[in-house]
Design a protein around this ligand. Structure first.
Ligand SMILES: [Zn+2]
Ligand SMILES: [Zn+2]
Length: 279
């Protein structure tokens, strides 16, 4: 399985998951043109996509879906609540939409996707566990306001965990957001902090987990090194050999590749390196 995060943050999110020559897109939160450009930059032909799967209707997750789906004749998979509330979906694109539901696994272009309900201020938001044709498993939990028992129960036995680390609590508290927005971000249906992600991580660790991909970082209330530090400390303390990658709003990630049943692969930062630096 190969994973490329085309970009992540409050201004757009999209992830390409590939396995055995097949490709799906998780969220389409950039314009169609930007999605195509970013894919091309990563050596991915947009025409080779076979489906788009949406987590929820917020603009930073659906911005390009209508045009991308129409142009490349892609089926779109999302919950009924997401489809009902996604603005700008044309009649033609709606004909290409398929409804998914939490707890009901669905075959999508050779992948099995398992949607699960997440706490977030959208109509019917979900995270996904994606089982690739080669047997690798990816879990995606972005825009998650708090660590629900349901979501945490699903994010197990993964090879790649894509987990929101939206904000640093101190930066959010002392930052420029108005009080109401601070409350929304930090609330149960807002976004997951570095601290919350790190605190819940031990439950999700397993021998096969090779990557923790930090996702949906705020450019105002977080810094990549702060998020990485909290997560790496936890991984080191728990003896996990998983590597950490930090995603960026404006840059396509390096490809994250895992093989079913393979050993540890070196990451951008590793827990061992962090422990060695005394951090
Ligand atoms: Zn979002
Ligand atoms: Zn959202």
């Amino acid at each position: 399985m190969r994973v490329v995060v085309l970009g992540s943050g409050s201004r757009g999110n999209a992830v390409v998951v590939e396995s055995q020559g097949r490709r799906i897109l998780l969220d389409a939160g950039f314009s169609c043109r930007m999605l195509e450009q970013r894919m091309a930059g990563a050596g991915i032909d947009a025409a080779s996509l076979e489906a788009v799967v949406l987590t929820h209707e917020h603009g930073d997750h659906v911005r390009g879906v209508d045009r991308l789906a129409r142009k490349h004749r892609l089926p779109v998979y999302a919950t009924a609540g997401t489809l009902d509330h996604t603005s700008g979906l044309s009649a033609q694109a709606r004909k290409q939409c398929h409804t998914v539901a939490s707890g009901r696994p669905q075959e999508v272009a050779g992948f099995e996707i398992e949607p699960f309900t997440i706490p977030h201020d959208a109509s019917e938001p979900v995270g996904f566990v994606v089982s690739a044709p080669d047997g690798c498993r990816l879990g995606l939990a972005g825009d998650i306001g708090s660590r629900s028992r349901l979501a945490w129960g699903r994010l197990v036995e993964l090879d790649v965990l894509v987990l929101e680390t939206n904000h640093d609590l101190t930066m959010l508290r002392d930052g420029p957001y108005p009080w109401v927005l601070k409350q929304r971000v930090a609330g149960r249906h807002g976004h997951l902090s570095n601290h919350d992600a790190a605190e819940g991580l031990p439950e999700l660790l397993c021998d096969r987990l090779r990557w923790v991909v930090l996702y949906h970082l705020s450019q105002t209330n977080n810094r990549p090194e702060l998020a990485a530090e909290e997560i790496l400390e936890t991984l080191a303390r728990e003896g996990s050999r998983a590597a950490v990658a930090v995603t960026d709003q404006d840059r396509v990630s390096a490809p994250i590749e895992v093989e079913a049943g393979s050993g540890h692969q070196m990451g951008l930062w590793t827990a061992a390196a962090a422990a060695g630096s005394g951090g």
